[in-house]
Design a protein around this ligand. Structure first.
Ligand code: GLN
Length: 189
């Protein structure tokens, strides 16, 4: 089993470290030709969704990844990654991959003071540490979207078919259970 980590910008190395700890093989997606290497799941890391979206298009990677996701490739998305998957971004024209029917609010906790840490329940995992960095939250979910986590009444984790998305950064805390849940999903596909 091989997991591909989108490695254009942001916190991709941290995801790779977690995968290594779990003994999961990983490759980096840096350019279009990397998409030809066989892999079984994709991680979309945190960073800046606008930058990532732009690079994905400029590097000719966007359409292939969108198709892979639509065809059932398991995806774990964190923070900016969650924004890439959303079908609607509040106050913005259009979306990126748009493969999860939901509306997200970017920088939902304020730009300057928007970083915080908490512990909360993730469905099927238990209480996990959550680090939020200029994080979005999910303002609205569409049909078929399962809410996996909320913090202060705001949705911060969802699953839709083969896609799991979190507003926080599980790769930055010393707790590998979310990646384990994802690895199990890839294995069982
Ligand atoms: N604020 C970023 C965005 O809008 C997300 C922040 C993050 O990934 N830590 O893309």
């Amino acid at each position: 089993m091989t997991v591909a980590v989108l490695a254009l910008q942001g916190a991709f190395a941290e995801h790779e470290n977690v995968l290594k700890r779990l003994g999961v093989d990983c490759i980096e997606l840096r350019q279009a030709k990397d998409l030809e290497t066989p892999y079984d799941g994709i991680i979309l890391p945190g960073g800046e969704s606008t930058v990532q979206g732009k690079l994905l298009k400029e590097l000719g990677m966007f359409d292939t990844i969108k198709e892979q996701i639509e065809n059932g490739m398991p995806v774990l998305a964190t923070c900016a990654g969650l924004i890439l998957l959303a079908s609607e971004v509040e106050g913005q024209e259009g979306c990126h991959f748009g493969t999860i029917p939901m509306c997200v609010r970017r920088n939902a906790y304020g730009r300057q003071l928007g970083s915080f840490h908490t512990v909360a329940e993730v469905k099927g995992v238990g209480e996990v540490p959550m680090t939020f960095i200029r994080a979005p939250y999910v303002a609205e979910t569409g049909d078929g979207v399962e809410v996996l986590a909320t913090v202060d009444g705001k949705i911060v984790g969802v699953q839709y078919k083969n896609q799991m998305a979190f507003a926080f950064h599980p790769e930055l805390d010393n707790d590998t259970r979310i990646h384990e849940k994802f690895a199990a999903m890839v294995r069982d596909k």
